[in-house]
Design a protein around this ligand. Structure first.
Ligand code: ZN
Length: 49
């Protein structure tokens, strides 16, 4: 996942229900969530701000 806030990449993880990717910016610790569509996604990288 690309964190716009710090222009940095970091790993994110699927949450327990499997409904979203959740991660924290390694630089400023901002939490981000990206919902996973029911059809799944082909996206390998996400951008979150
Ligand atoms: Zn940040």
């Amino acid at each position: 996942m690309h964190f716009k806030c710090c222009n940095i990449y970091a790993r994110v993880y699927v949450n327990r229900p499997g409904t979203a990717f959740v991660g924290w910016c390694p630089r400023c610790a901002k939490k981000v969530e990206v919902k996973i569509s029911p059809q799944g996604t082909d996206e390998r990288f996400f951008t979150a701000g």
